[in-house]
Design a protein around this ligand. Structure first.
Ligand code: MOS
Length: 787
């Protein structure tokens, strides 16, 4: 009954993800579905919200009790291994599995030639968050769209047998010419036009305002620069895996590594023409996704295909190398023009981006519009082009569009500050805007000024000597840089069920995932507060497609959505309890209105007079009720009148060895404004993790493609560099107070992504300050400093 709402949620999610002002406009256009808040949030007692609560699933995770997709067992489990293409483009001329089939223990080799029936239309493969285009269809036909494409699945009694046999599958190709280099494709890149209605393509650049070209030409001080971000990969710790349990009669239970069990369930149902009741998708724990698990990945399709072909349970775990074709942060070339008055206010902003996607799907987000949103400026212009390459489709990766778009903007702002001979923080303050500049509307809250102030103070920014190469520590050049971060505070329709037992235990369930961010824990905290129970009296069930509807977990929207969802359903539970309490003889709550009571310490308590109370147990016992069950859907009112964003200020110290160019990020202060912080411990971890990733983005991460073969060369974490402990030094996280009574009753914004935005720019700016050398293409490796 709530599936309709969930669909809309996903749609709104797709509309809102990285769309800035346009997201709001799209919401406004859909005012008919942006229904009113359907609950009166009772003020929670909040003994748990806002505290540094340890993960409720921490013990299960460190003891191995928490099971991941590739760890579920079944009798007669068979194992798959994938054969991948060695060319980037063309057709399979011949595929010979005879040698593989002769290996003892091999059950089958599935290819496009012998596979069971799968859907043939594009639309059957289009998942909830698919971009425009024709989704990849694994083992569908003989076409090769990218190097590393799955072209055969070997299924065997043991994983080692499957893997060995996979090496024996012989393939001949008809090869065609491919292009995988964004620089070779930049002149052919296809411009995205602003659609007549934003909803038609919410990720197209916003309409320009003013006359940016004229204003730039007339500006007293100008900066223009081109910034490059390479392809980057998510590299979650857990491999992509699916264990498909053959339940008999064609029914399947699918343990899948995914950020959205219901998205996968719908996908499997449509690709294999199965009934929803016959496919249950579970993902109780996830070892990191960062966006790579928003869409169903090919291993789930192949594992289901094999289970149906063999009528037995099948597990397929991808190798690290194979995970490099599951999507990536698109490489991009960005050009920024800034024109300013000598006093340090902006007159003109132009932001152009060319981003990479596949030939078959037009994935893109909206890198450019952050520039027009963040700072006060009357004239702004945007352009976005797509470079279509013979690679798999790019995808969302932690803070898609902002991590990259704001990187370019914030480096450019630093360069403008140099041109203006102005402190970079002072420039941001002079350009500060209390209004969303794209849509000309106020923010529901914006604590960025506090981020600047508290961050600068904690860092000691006022002791910065402006001149590059002026600060030293022995052989090291010391550099201090800063940047701003911004992301959306999104929320999605969601449903939550609560079952309250007379013994004072509550089970709270929702089909959301916990991608590792701490969703189990914040759900426990919020439910405990709303229901007036201790933490250990609350159990959370999630990551199961049979549970109440949830969008994919992404876009930093689950914390706000599910918390307010719990509040909605808790209100219904409280009302039901009050109804029961009123039936008691001489009830002290006989004439209490629903909103005049709260749940606290296992009791219904009058807000006005705490002595008037009825215990949950008494109320339920009196009516001979042993459980109260409520399920409610929550939607979020958004009339488009306010912008909803999180912000941050980054202050970074680098030390650069003068002779060798070795860069260390010795200090980072990240001051974040993200509304009400539910759990200061897990929130701190989210920001720290994001900062570490920002260090990787600035200094280490780069997927390298051998363009001759169109193949990724460093598809492993030995050669794809990520920060290790030795790269991570002092990181200080500050949460500024940011009350927000407009965004939702609990004032929650979410912070899974904001922490990465601005980090790479602040590091790049610090490196310039240390060395006097401006490197505009990431990652900033020591060789680039020596050029
Ligand atoms: Mo996030 S990139 O929406 O998982």
């Amino acid at each position: 009954m709530v599936s309709d709402i969930s669909r809309r949620g996903v749609l709104q999610g797709a509309v809102a993800l990285g769309t800035l002002g346009y997201g709001g406009q799209a919401y406004a256009d859909r005012a008919a579905i942006a229904v009113q808040k359907d609950y009166q949030a009772s003020k929670p007692m909040t003994p748990y919200i806002g505290t540094p609560t340890s993960r409720v699933d921490g013990r299960a995770k460190v003891t191995g009790a928490a099971k991941y997709a590739g760890e579920f067992n079944a009798t007669g489990l068979a194992y798959g291994s994938v054969v991948t293409s060695s060319i980037a483009k063309g057709r399979i001329a011949r595929i010979d599995a005879s040698e593989a089939l002769r290996v003892d223990g091999v059950l089958d080799v599935l290819t496009h030639q012998n596979r069971p029936r799968m859907a043939s239309t594009d639309s059957a493969y289009r998942d909830d968050v698919a971009p425009e285009g024709s989704p990849f269809r694994p083992l569908y036909d003989d076409r090769i769209l990218f190097s590393g494409q799955p072209i055969a699945l070997v299924v065997a009694e043991e994983p080692e047998i499957a893997r060995f046999a996979a090496s024996l599958v012989r393939v001949e190709y008809d090869e065609e010419a491919h292009v995988t280099d964004v620089y070779r494709q930049r002149d052919e890149a296809i411009p995205l036009e602003a659609p007549a209605k934003p909803a038609e393509n919410p990720f197209a650049p916003p309409k320009p305002r003013g006359a940016a070209e004229k204003a730039f030409a007339a500006a007293e001080v100008r900066h223009q620069g081109e910034y490059y971000v390479p392809i980057e990969h998510h590299n979650p710790m857990e491999m992509y895996a699916s264990t498909v349990i053959w339940e008999g009669g064609g029914k399947l239970t699918v343990y899948d590594k995914t950020q959205g069990v219901q998205n996968v369930q719908r996908y499997v149902c449509s690709v294999f023409d199965m009934k929803p009741d016959d496919v249950r998708v579970m993902s109780p724990f996830m070892g990191g996704g960062f966006g790579s698990g928003l869409r169903p990945q090919y291993q789930v399709a192949l594992a289901v295909l094999a289970a149906r072909a063999l009528e037995r349970s099948v597990r397929l775990v991808l190798t690290r190398q194979q995970m490099y074709v599951l999507g990536y942060r698109p490489a991009m070339i960005q050009r920024i023009e800034l024109g300013a008055k000598a006093g340090g206010t902006l007159d003109a902003i132009t932001h152009e981006a060319i981003t990479v996607t596949s030939k078959y799907e037009a994935f893109h987000r909206q890198e450019t519009a952050w520039s027009g949103l963040l700072y006060k400026c009357a004239n702004a212009k945007y352009a976005h082009k797509l470079a279509r390459l013979d690679l798999p489709t790019s995808c969302d990766m932690r803070c898609p569009s902002a991590a990259t778009g704001v990187y370019a903007l914030e480096c450019a702002m630093d360069e403008l500050a140099v041109a203006l001979k102005l402190d970079p923080l002072e420039l941001r303050l002079r350009c500060y805007s209390d209004r969303d500049q794209n849509a000309d509307r106020p923010y529901s809250s914006k604590g960025l000024r506090d981020c600047y102030r508290q961050g600068a103070e904690a860092f000691g920014w006022d002791k910065r000597i402006p001149q590059p190469r002026s600060m030293r520590d022995g052989n090291d050049l010391v550099g201090w840089g800063m940047a701003t971060g911004i992301w959306e505070a999104l929320q999605m329709p969601i449903a939550v069920r609560i079952v309250l037992s007379a013994n004072g235990h509550a089970e709270v369930s929702c089909a959301t995932s916990d991608i590792g961010t701490g969703t189990y824990t914040i759900m426990t905290q919020v439910a405990a507060d709303m229901l007036g129970l201790p933490l250990d009296s609350v159990t959370i069930k999630l990551g199961d497609s049979t549970l109440p509807q949830s969008p994919v977990e992404g876009g930093s929207w689950i914390a706000a959505s599910v918390s307010n969802g719990i509040a909605t359903t808790s209100d219904a539970v409280r009302k039901e309890l009050l109804r029961l309490a009123k039936q008691m003889p001489n009830s002290p709550l006989a004439d209490a209105a629903p909103d005049a009571v709260v749940l606290a310490d296992g009791k219904l308590v009058s807000k006005r007079d705490a002595s008037r109370a009825v215990s949950i147990a008494d109320a339920m016992r009196h009516s001979a009720v042993d459980r109260i069950e409520q399920e409610k859907s929550t939607t979020f009112a958004d009339d488009g009148s306010h912008a909803h964003n999180t912000h941050s200020a980054l202050f970074v110290e680098v030390k650069v060895d003068e002779q060798l160019g070795v860069i260390r990020v010795t200090r980072v202060v990240s001051a974040v404004a993200a509304g009400r912080i539910l759990n200061t411990k897990t929130a701190h971890s989210q920001i720290m993790g994001s900062v570490v990733w920002g260090i990787g983005m600035a200094l280490h991460e780069e997927t390298l493609v051998d363009h001759k073969f169109g193949r990724i060369m460093n598809a492993n974490i030995a050669e794809y560099h990520v920060p290790v402990n030795a790269d991570v030094h002092d990181i200080k996280v500050i949460f500024v107070d940011e009350p927000d009574e407009i965004i939702n009753p609990l004032g929650i914004k979410g912070l899974g992504e904001i922490g990465i935005v601005g980090v790479a720019a602040a590091i790049a700016n610090a490196i310039y300050h240390a060395t006097g050398k401006r490197v505009r293409d990431l990652p900033i490796t020591l060789d680039k400093l020596q050029r």
